[in-house]
Design a protein around this ligand. Sequence first.
Ligand SMILES: NC(=O)c1ccc[n+]([C@@H]2O[C@H](COP(=O)([O-])OP(=O)(O)OC[C@H]3O[C@@H](n4cnc5c(N)ncnc54)[C@H](O)[C@@H]3O)[C@@H](O)[C@H]2O)c1
Length: 355
Amino acid sequence: MLPIESNGYSVFFDNSLAELATFLRESSYSKVFFLTDLNTSEHCMPLIGKYLPELDNYDIIEVDPGEENKNIDYCIGVWQMLLDFGADRNSLLINLGGGVITDMGGFAASTFKRGIDFVQVPTTLLSQVDASVGGKTGIDLGSIKNIIGTFTQPKAVFISTEFLKSLSARQLVSGFGEIVKHGLIADRDYYYQVQKISPEEIPSEIIYRSVEIKNKVVTIDPFEKGLRKTLNFGHTIGHAVETFSLKNDSDPLLHGEAIALGMICEAYLSVKHNTLTENELNEIVQYIRKVFPDYPLHTSSFPAIMEFMKNDKKNSNGQIGFALLNAIGDCGYNQFIEEEHILQSLEYYQLVAGK
Ligand SMILES: NC(=O)c1ccc[n+]([C@@H]2O[C@H](COP(=O)([O-])OP(=O)(O)OC[C@H]3O[C@@H](n4cnc5c(N)ncnc54)[C@H](O)[C@@H]3O)[C@@H](O)[C@H]2O)c1
């Protein structure tokens, strides 16, 4: 598979760890750092050792895993370690991990000494098909997700399906949520092709196509002025429910699980406000419910969920912004929906999927 060209960098597939070795050989960084979490240190660093045996001069900065650690305190820890290990402006940070590591590492690198180079080596399905491309870096502030961050492009992205072998089935299904979204917003044929595969056995062609879809959108609109907003389908409600779940549930929803819920609600809104048909809605709901777990959405949680939605970055002039489907494979954006209708969409979810 040919590399995909993005905004000034390449996304490598297949033999991508060999490509990483070449990248490092051909560059002249003063120091190389890996940012990992406990899980990627255990499961992914050994693959780096296997494919890059000649690489011996590097330091590892390891953080605790999980969204709850994607915050300024951990970021300070990363900056401090970079300082302690003598990082200068000609250093490279290699972010080896899921979306938490690629987002936080990208942010730490883009701000350290006014910006050092970084590359992304995404190790979850979600980060491979979504977080790795597009140049969004960031951290959460309190319970508000990704509210602090920069648009900074990595020097390169290296995607290897080898990393996915140690991922749990639940994490694979979560990543699959973004793949389904790519079909729904941009490519009807792909949406039906995706239905034929299982989240636990994703062919690399599927990952490639998802990255192609996302890359096309972010290359046309890198700063989310227009078309890029279509990638937010399912995310306005999904993010709010994810935040609620992170704060309240002992076993919180994963990102892709929350987006699956959000896609059901926002497909409902697409029937009310766009040209999506009831038939297409029913089809989408049936498929999403087949793949993703239902979430017990209680009416008592609606006020908190609405409050989170009001803090969403996609809002404008106090109105809550949505990307809604015109049809399967075609998405609009900049649709501002009244609170009453949003609440109806949550009730619709309760009706079709809630317990
Ligand atoms: N920048 C973007 O455009 C963008 C897009 C989508 C999502 N995101 C962000 O991505 C984050 C979610 O990403 P995620 O789902 O990858 O979460 P994550 O980084 O928390 O990874 C999920 C879990 O899998 C573990 N893990 C990672 N790779 C592994 C491997 N190969 N084997 C075994 N375990 C492994 C991690 O340690 C973690 O426990 C969110 O913070 C979200 O905001 C960013």
